[in-house]
Design a protein around this ligand. Structure first.
Ligand code: SF4
Ligand code: SF4
Length: 378
């Protein structure tokens, strides 16, 4: 059962893979041990338990409908309500003397920290983004260095995330070949897997910052090879035209979805599906969220410096390092081009200095707001 769940969670991340909600002991926790909160996605909980081996802590597993932190927070399934509920029903208040929760920062688009504090009486701290950094964070007096606040998306994370999201599409292709062209099935599997690994390993170095732009670069090279191959050696058995065409189709699928797989990129697919009125596939939400409103240009991210009180919440939760403080101790949008419209900053801003507004707001003078309009041009 556990092996089945593990494989399901790894390869079918578009669909829920839940584990038990509630309180879990790690090691031999006491009344001053830290209290971590996470989602109830099976793979996340397993990885956390493995990484925290040898430490003493309490783990609160909150309801996210069996979806990982990032997707569930974006789809409003891992939210304030789920955290408040697990704090109130788990009995953790009787087991520890302090009242401090450590939350996963990629949950910030769904969980309003101030609401959790008001409804539970517990204070909220954002922990490291990556599970592997949690032991160091705990040993370091719960201090996060800059690395622990930023999404990196290295090659292992790319392979891991992309495999979980793209495998169902890969499988659908295999079923198609099995039914309509079984003699090409083995070639499809080899070419599909090889293009997947190639693209995920090389994508940071390909030109452009969106999946489709990167793919177009490779597609043009492949098209050149295809034409040259057709002209020079139409009977080439090693690098057949069929294989090249297969690779081009697979790359297009991978590139279209790449943006939606990572918090470091904006999604191409989400915006197009949202425009077509398709609201969700499995765990992936394309419409009805603030993020899609920003990505499709229905809204723009706006910032009102006069309203800002300098609380730093936006700086703490932005996984892309877009916010800083200016000399007046007010927030400043320093890295607009890295923004992926995750909405964590505007969800955490208690005074509504950051908003998602219609592009033209007749009630506001344009000079009062800093509108991040480059998002809607994507
Ligand atoms: S913009 Fe909002 S969240 Fe950011 S520092 Fe100002 S008040 Fe705090
Ligand atoms: S600035 Fe952009 S990337 Fe950063 S938290 Fe806000 S919406 Fe997310």
């Amino acid at each position: 059962m556990n092996l089945f769940k593990y494989v399901w969670g790894m390869l079918f991340r578009l669909f829920p893979c839940p584990t038990r909600i509630g309180l879990q002991r790690i090691g031999n926790p006491g009344r001053n041990s830290p209290v971590l909160v996470t989602c109830n996605f099976y793979i996340t909980v397993r990885r956390l338990l493995r990484k925290l081996r040898g430490l003493d802590a309490w783990l609160l597993i909150a309801d996210s409908k069996g979806v990982n932190v990032w997707c569930a927070a974006g789809g409003n399934e891992f939210d304030t309500r789920s955290v408040v509920s697990v704090v109130k029903t788990s009995g953790i208040g009787d087991l520890v003397e302090h009242r401090r929760l450590i939350l996963p920062p990629l949950g910030a688009p769904g969980i309003q920290a101030n609401e959790v504090e008001q409804q539970t009486g517990w204070s909220v701290k954002w922990g490291p983004i990556r599970i592997k950094d949690i032991p160091d964070y705990l040993k370091n007096g719960q201090h996060r260095n800059e690395n622990m606040k930023r999404v990196t998306y290295d090659w292992l994370e790319r392979l891991d995330t992309a495999m979980g999201s793209l495998f169902p599409f890969f499988l659908l292709g295999a079923i198609g070949f099995l039914i309509f062209g079984p003699n090409l099935l083995m070639e499809y599997l080899v070419v599909g897997a090889a293009t997947f690994v190639f693209f995920m390993l090389t994508c940071p170095w390909l030109p452009g910052n969106r999946g489709l732009t990167k793919v177009i670069f490779v597609e043009v090279i492949l098209l050149g090879i295809l034409i040259a191959n057709l002209m020079v050696n139409p009977q080439n058995r090693f690098l057949t035209q069929t294989h090249i065409i297969m690779a081009m189709i697979m790359l297009f699928v991978y590139g279209s979805e790449l943006g939606g797989l990572a918090s470091t990129m904006s999604s191409d697919f989400d915006a197009y599906l949202s425009r077509l009125g398709i609201k969700s596939i499995g765990n992936a939400f394309f419409a009805g969220t603030l993020r899609t409103a920003l990505l499709t240009g229905h809204r723009v991210l706006t910032y009102y410096q006069d309203t800002c009180n300098g609380c730093r919440s936006c700086i703490e939760v932005c996984p892309m390092g877009c916010w800083g403080l200016n000399e007046n101790k007010r927030a400043q949008f320093i890295n607009k081009d890295h923004c992926t419209a995750c909405c964590a900053c505007l969800v955490q801003c208690q005074v509504e200095a950051i908003k998602a507004e219609p592009k033209f707001n007749p009630d506001k003078k344009d000079k009062e707001r800093v509108a991040h309009e480059s998002l809607d041009k994507r």
